[in-house]
Design a protein around this ligand. Structure first.
Ligand SMILES: Nc1ncnc2c1ncn2[C@@H]1O[C@H](COP(=O)(O)OP(=O)(O)OP(=O)(O)O)[C@@H](O)[C@H]1O
Ligand SMILES: [Mg+2]
Length: 257
């Protein structure tokens, strides 16, 4: 069996006259972590949304393992149940406790019996360091804790692939580190991940490859050290220099260890 988990081929998307994706292709192998970065408005979120068809691409194809996500008659609910998606703004159900947020997909989508769903949900809360907050509602949790619940909720479904769209950009700097720690551990545990993030420390520590996007295209991709130290494209150099300066200035990552 091939170890390719995700294959994206020549994705195009336009909104009106604006071409947001102009032919994006890449492959993610099992256990690989790809970090996507690039200026605002470049199509990074659109790309992640097209992978799960939350946004319909105009052209191009996506495969998750041997299932063509863009194929006719594909079972999209099933595809989406095997991709964990973590958003910038957590997206928790505010009227449900942390435990219920993590458990709900196991009960409603996977139709597991309650005791089994509870056990799995508690294991995942434990994994993100929040077993003691199982009974808390989102409003009673910090932003970092809410995001960790969102990660636990995605993990509980045993996804083949995790997508993260700027998971720490809505957080105060002192809460960013705890979420990045969980993600770094996840990467070490062998999870296959595509992460849109400008967190330089995380990219260096956890990414197998960086993908630099601009204007709806992949400008350059490669191992983080290669991109940071010898970028081939002047736009990549310029962009990485900018975010590295922010990082070293402590703006985004005060709390990074
Ligand atoms: N539903 C939509 N309708 C119309 N235009 C859209 C829609 N979604 C995104 N766009 C446009 O597509 C372009 C790319 O947006 P996208 O959110 O993918 O960028 P991004 O790289 O994620 O940016 P950021 O770093 O700010 O999150 C933007 O110009 C945006 O205004
Ligand atoms: Mg975005």
């Amino acid at each position: 069996m091939s170890d390719v988990v995700l294959r994206v081929e020549d994705l195009h998307k336009r909104y009106g006259r604006e071409e947001v994706l102009r032919g994006v292709s890449f492959t993610v192998r099992r256990g690989e972590v790809k970090v996507i970065l690039g200026p605002s408005g470049t199509g990074k979120s659109t790309l992640l949304r097209c992978i799960t068809r939350l946004t319909e691409p105009d052209r191009g194809r996506v495969w998750l393992e041997d299932v063509e996500v863009t194929g006719r008659g594909v079972d999209l609910n099933r595809v989406r149940a095997s991709i964990g998606f973590v958003f910038q703004d957590f997206n928790l159900f505010t009227h449900l406790t942390a435990l219920d947020n993590v458990r709900i997909g196991l009960l409603k989508v996977k139709k597991l019996p309650k005791d089994r769903a509870t056990r799995i949900a508690m294991e995942q809360l434990e994994r993100v360091g929040l077993a003691h907050k199982a009974a808390a509602y989102p409003a009673e949790l910090s932003g970092g804790q809410q995001q960790r619940v969102a990660i636990a909720r995605a993990l509980a479904m045993q996804p083949k692939l995790m997508l993260f769209d700027e998971p720490t950009s809505a957080l105060d700097p002192e809460l960013t580190g705890e979420v990045l720690d969980v993600m770094t551990q996840l990467a070490r545990d062998g999870m296959t991940m595509v992460v849109v993030s400008h967190e330089v420390g995380f990219a260096r520590a956890a990414a197998d490859e960086l993908i630099f996007m601009e204007g709806g295209r992949i400008v350059e991709q490669g191992p983080p050290e290669a991109l940071f130290t010898r970028p081939q494209h002047p736009r990549t150099a310029q962009f990485l220099k900018k975010i590295t300066a922010l990082y070293e200035g402590g703006g985004a990552l005060k709390d990074e260890r």
